[in-house]
Ligand binder design. Structure first.
Ligand SMILES: O=C(O)CCC(=O)C(=O)O
Ligand SMILES: [Fe+2]
Length: 236
């Protein structure tokens, strides 16, 4: 392991790869990513969750009328995530809050944000997951072994993931079990992979390059909702 911040280490193989989009924050930070708590309030999150649930019920109702019940059940099982766009009212709220935190993000990563993609709302129902990937690169394998990364979206410098439901054993409309965000190649001092437990209202901000390769573990129960966005930036 190679230390990249006070509490975080990365897999050694990363340092031997020629990673074209390599960028790491100040090594004297505690963590190489930023968590902004209370980006949205719990009430704001719950409103968004309710809206997404209504959209979902509507889509499901449509599928039921088109397919047989059997087919719609099969669809559900293979479906990874549902993608929605954010309703105008909440998009404005999100954009205003993002603006409030922009200077903090720029200062943390020592970058200047430029353009951003539109906000995607991702919904993970029971058994949904998002397999391992880097947001700016494809993973290159040779005989099942990871041998490098090919940049495919260099305009993605920063990834933001805002959680609007929480990982919580007490099940409700706004919680789920499982669904942690795992950084596959980052470890704590004991060599355990870094796993983020989603908390409604918190925004996770990280660099989009291969050091921050991640996955979303399977949702065991409940509904996991995130608002994700990628940002371009000027670096130095
Ligand atoms: O939903 C999440 O927590 C992460 C989503 C993600 O990794 C992506 O859209 O690239
Ligand atoms: Fe991602």
């Amino acid at each position: 392991m190679t230390q990249i911040s006070n509490h975080v280490y990365c897999a050694d193989f990363l340092t031997s790869f020629d990673i074209k989009t390599k960028l790491l924050p100040n090594p004297y930070y505690d963590y190489p990513f930023l968590i902004i708590e209370n980006f949205l309030s719990i009430n704001e999150c719950n409103e968004i969750n309710k809206k997404v649930k209504e959209d979902d019920d509507f889509q499901k109702a449509q599928i039921k009328t088109l397919d047989s019940v059997l087919l719609s059940e099969t669809n559900e099982e293979i479906r990874k995530t549902n993608i929605y766009s954010l309703d105008e009212k909440y998009l404005e709220l999100y954009t205003n809050r993002f603006f409030l935190h922009q200077a903090q993000i720029e200062d943390y990563f020592k970058i200047a944000l430029t353009t951003s993609t539109s906000v995607q709302v991702l919904e993970y129902l029971k058994n949904s997951f998002y397999s391992m990937h880097s947001d700016d690169s494809s993973m290159l394998y040779k005989d099942d072994e990871l041998v490098g990364f090919i940049p495919v979206a260099k305009q993605r410098k920063i990834s933001t993931v805002l959680f609007t439901t929480s990982n919580d054993e007490n099940t409700s409309d706004n919680t789920f079990i499982g669904g942690e965000l795992l950084f596959n190649f980052l470890y704590d001092v004991n060599g355990n992979e870094i796993k983020i437990k989603p908390k409604a209202g918190s925004m996770l901000v990280f660099l989009s390059n291969p050091y921050f390769t991640h996955e979303v573990l399977k949702v065991i129960e409940g509904r996991r909702i995130t608002l994700v966005q990628w940002h371009n930036a000027i670096i130095n």
